[in-house]
Design a protein around this ligand. Structure first.
Ligand code: FNR
Length: 380
């Protein structure tokens, strides 16, 4: 299957997935205006073409989160990858490891962090929500540590879930309404693998032993959802700190004041994110807010996601102050379309686009792009 770009992957995912899952990946909150802005606002910036610079073939090695990676992007946390492809989390993590970039496992996953670490050794990270059930949160962190995870992403923009109208129409609603008969109907669709039913293994092993959860992954997902702490505050970072000695990245900030607050709290990095437009519809695109956050947050490492589909999008964010980009839908579509091979294809396509963009701008490497961003990217 030829996947030249994210649009190919999206179209192939749409052909292959049951609508209820395609819409869950593709959809966003309310009017989906923020999701559209995330993609459209990259056009507010232009790359600077330079010729006869004698620059060598660009080097894409990039340092973020304290380590040097092969490429300036990573695979961010996307829930339920194992629903779109059998063993989807492991397949995505393997593709990331092969490309020399990190993979962050969502806490809403079919495969456990332990299984991902075992079957896809690499730079695996873990994403967590603050839960009202602190003991359960601590167990999840302990499982991540045991699996060798050094960096967690604490997602803070999802204490209350945005209204995703496609999911409501399709009856998705946090998976609680996926009744056994609907699941049976979906499972009969050719080529579609309901990994969790086949293997029946819960994704967070700590949950399996919890008396309230039963043995259904769907019930577990609903139970985990209902335990997300809706009154999350900055004070809760202290709890995370007590339970997590490693690197802590706070994901889901969109405002300079919040970034300053995060810097004061001493976090390792933040992810500028609006959750791919799935939360506050009407919020700014992330690329729109990156320059002011970069100006405000001295010394704080900035990662960014939401709407990244092309190599040029990534180049723009790096020139505007980000140290790395998280992919979301871009690789989820590819995984759904063509498994781990699809993820490899999208990673390679983005890599080629970044390499060619840098070459045509006369930029030798990512540190130069980042240090001298205004030379390479200009307002449209
Ligand atoms: C997400 N995202 C997400 N984030 C998170 O911290 N934990 C999660 O479980 C999920 N789950 C999830 C599922 C799906 C289907 C999508 C599309 C997204 C948000 C994700 O990490 C990232 O912020 C966005 O996907 C970025 O936007 P783009 O690149 O998808 O437009």
């Amino acid at each position: 299957m030829l996947l030249l770009n994210t649009e190919d992957a999206r179209a192939a995912a749409q052909r292959r997935l049951p609508r209820i899952f395609f819409d869950y990946i593709d959809g966003a909150a309310s009017t989906e205006a923020t999701a559209r802005a995330n993609e459209a606002d990259f056009a507010r910036w232009r790359l600077e073409q330079r010729v006869m610079t004698g620059a060598p073939k660009p080097n894409l090695a990039t340092t973020f989160l304290g380590e040097t990676h092969g490429l300036p992007f990573m695979l961010g946390p996307v829930g339920f990858l194992g629903l779109y492809r059998g063993n989807g989390e492991v397949q995505a993590a393997r593709a990331a490891a092969a490309a020399g970039v990190p993979f962050c496992l969502s806490s809403f996953s079919i495969a456990s962090i332990n299984r991902v670490a075992r079957e896809a050794p690499g730079r695996n990270m873990f994403q967590l929500y603050v839960l009202t059930d602190r003991a359960l949160g601590a167990e999840m962190l302990a499982a991540a540590r045991q699996a060798g995870v050094e960096t967690i992403f604490l997602t803070v923009d999802c204490a209350i879930t945005g209204i995703r109208e496609r999911d409501v129409r399709n009856g998705f609603r946090s998976l609680t309404s996926l009744t056994p008969s609907l699941l049976a109907r979906l499972a009969r669709k050719p080529g579609w693998c309901l990994d969790m039913l086949r293997h029946g293994k819960p994704r967070v092993e700590a949950l399996a032993t919890h008396p309230e959860f039963g043995n259904s992954v769907l019930a577990q997902a609903a139970a985990l959802s209902s335990r997300i702490d809706q009154s999350l505050s900055w004070d809760d970072l202290a709890w995370v700190r007590e339970n997590w000695p490693g690197k802590l990245v706070v994901k889901g900030l969109l405002c300079a004041d919040d970034a300053r607050r995060a810097a004061d709290a001493g976090v390792s990095a933040i992810v500028i994110s609006n959750h791919g437009g799935r939360q506050l519809d009407g919020a700014s695109s992330t690329i729109d807010r990156l320059p002011e956050i970069a100006a405000a947050a001295h010394g704080l490492e900035l990662l960014i996601d939401s709407g990244f589909r092309r190599g040029a999008d990534i180049v723009k964010a790096l020139a505007l102050g980000a140290s790395g980009v998280l992919l979301g839908r871009a690789y989820a579509y590819a995984l759904a379309a063509n498994g781990g091979t699809g993820v490899n294809q999208i990673i390679s396509a983005l890599k080629a686009e970044i390499e060619i963009a840098l070459a045509l701008m006369g930029c030798p490497d990512i540190p130069t792009l980042r240090a001298d961003g205004a030379r390479y990217v200009r307002p449209a």
